[in-house]
Design a protein around this ligand. Structure first.
Ligand SMILES: NC(=O)c1ccc[n+]([C@@H]2O[C@H](COP(=O)([O-])OP(=O)(O)OC[C@H]3O[C@@H](n4cnc5c(N)ncnc54)[C@H](O)[C@@H]3O)[C@@H](O)[C@H]2O)c1
Length: 425
């Protein structure tokens, strides 16, 4: 069986290479010819730990091929669609143009007995809509992806569950066969297509809510002699709550949480369902980012500083993804208050993300430490941990990566998120 993967992005490329790693024959198609040419030359198109090595391993094994010619997929009996589904800013719904374009290409090239499996995150009901829309009646299934950028290969190879939403038993058997390698690690959850689509939105919205919740608790801790790390531990040890996703930070971002929460909220509105919890997750996240920007401004005023050093702009460590990163909201707010940002991010040492074109990037960490007194940690890259700061440094640690007593020993003015702040007033 030849497996086609459509879209060589964060999800599609990892899917293709990991399936090749477990011995499947895979053909990976992307409409971006330059991306496919790079992949053929062994060059990974984005930053992800272990990706260059996995690409080489899969290429050497001969189990994966890359193509930008859709006709090369004609012998595939199953196709995983992994194209982007960004938010349409006008409607708040997902923009499905990439998805429909991929489906139309597949309708033309695949045989009647093939199955199209949607791995992209798509609005609830999309699989059934597609089935009704196209005359060829190819089988449709949904297998949403749960990998996280920064640990994508590990996540794909160590799934906690595999959601298999199908319309019939043949598709179910085909998908079980492909993921059989994981049967001792993962729980297989069989549903219909629509439920599988909903599981993905429910999971991401729940996790985003959890992050928003702990950020709100951290803000409240700032008003008391209370420590958010202990609050997280104290509630996380309750197995009904769980420890994961209880670290406060500068607000969730990335390619999934903001867009998926927005899409779910819009779906509910389109169906006249009031979902106040869902509707307010993004409101809370926005307020959090504004709170942090105000906090930085207050500290800058207190110490009479105009230049702010920023450590990290990606939405999390170990990725170069800037989509909806908190830095894209916080940095323009600082600029609007007359502050200059001097930025270092390991993912952007020689280039800068286009969203921050007007900001000043330096290509090494020391460049920031030497040129500004106030240093703000926005991303938890490991090279930011255990730094030796200048003794007159003022650190604002929104990832809580430094130890308060270490900072006190060095006489460094240290601000953090929800951990016994001395306050910005
Ligand atoms: N990135 C994540 O961490 C993650 C995790 C889980 C789920 N998802 C979901 O997976 C989907 C893909 O996300 P991503 O981050 O991999 O996107 P991406 O933007 O990194 O990659 C999408 C790829 O699809 C290609 N593409 C678009 N239209 C195409 C077409 N018609 N034919 C062939 N290729 C086409 C693009 O050129 C691009 O390379 C989204 O729905 C996303 O919500 C993403």
């Amino acid at each position: 069986m030849i497996i086609a993967v459509i879209g060589a992005g964060y999800v599609g490329l990892i899917t293709a290479l990991c399936l090749a790693k477990i011995g499947k024959s895979v053909i990976c198609f992307d409409m971006q010819t330059d991306k496919i040419e790079s992949l053929k030359n062994g060059i990974a198109p984005f930053l992800e730990p272990g990706l260059p090595e996995l690409l080489q391993e899969a290429t050497n094994s001969g189990k994966v091929k890359f193509t930008s010619n859709i006709n090369d997929l004609k012998d595939s009996s199953i196709a995983f669609v992994c194209v982007g589904t960004p938010n349409d800013p006008k409607t708040g719904s997902s923009d499905l143009s990439y998805l429909y374009s991929a489906i139309e290409s597949l309708e033309n090239v695949l045989s009647q007995s093939s199955t199209i499996v949607i791995k992209s995150t798509v609005p609830i009901g999309t699989g059934e809509d597609i089935y009704k829309k196209y005359p060829k009646k190819l089988s449709f299934a949904s297998c949403p992806e749960f990998l996280r950028e920064g640990s994508a290969i590990y996540d794909f190879m160590n799934p906690e569950r595999i959601i298999i939403g199908t319309r019939n038993d043949q598709d179910k058997s085909r998908i079980i066969d492909i993921f059989g390698y994981f049967k001792d690690k993962a729980e297989f959850v069989h549903t219909n297509v629509t439920t599988a689509e909903m599981i993905k939105y429910a999971a991401n919205s729940f996790l985003a809510m959890k992050v928003g919740f702990i950020n709100e608790m951290a803000r409240l801790c700032d008003s008391f002699d209370a420590n958010i790390k202990d609050v997280s531990l104290g509630i996380g040890l309750d197995s009904r709550i769980g420890k994961a996703f209880l670290n406060p930070g500068p607000g969730f971002g990335g390619s999934c949480f903001p867009k998926d929460v927005k899409a779910l909220s819009t779906t509910a509105q389109n169906h006249a369902k009031e979902l106040p919890i869902i509707n307010n997750i993004l409101v809370s996240n926005q307020m959090h980012k504004e709170y942090l920007a105000d906090f930085i401004v207050k500290i800058a005023q207190k110490y009479n500083q105009n230049n702010i050093g920023i450590l990290g702009v990606t939405f999390k460590a170990n990725t170069d993804d800037m989509r909806d990163s908190a830095s894209l909201t916080i940095l323009p707010m600082l600029k609007s208050k007359g502050l200059n940002a001097i930025i270092y991010d390991p993912a952007y040492t020689n280039s800068k993300p286009k969203e921050l074109d007007n900001f000043n990037f330096v290509n090494n960490l020391q460049g920031v430490l030497d040129s500004t007194k106030i240093i703000v940690v926005l991303t938890e890259w490991s090279e930011f941990k255990g730094l030796n700061f200048n003794s007159d440094a003022i650190i604002i640690d929104f990832r809580n990566i430094y130890c308060i007593s270490d900072m006190q020993k060095q006489n460094i003015k240290y601000y953090n998120l929800g951990r016994l702040n001395e306050g910005a007033n």
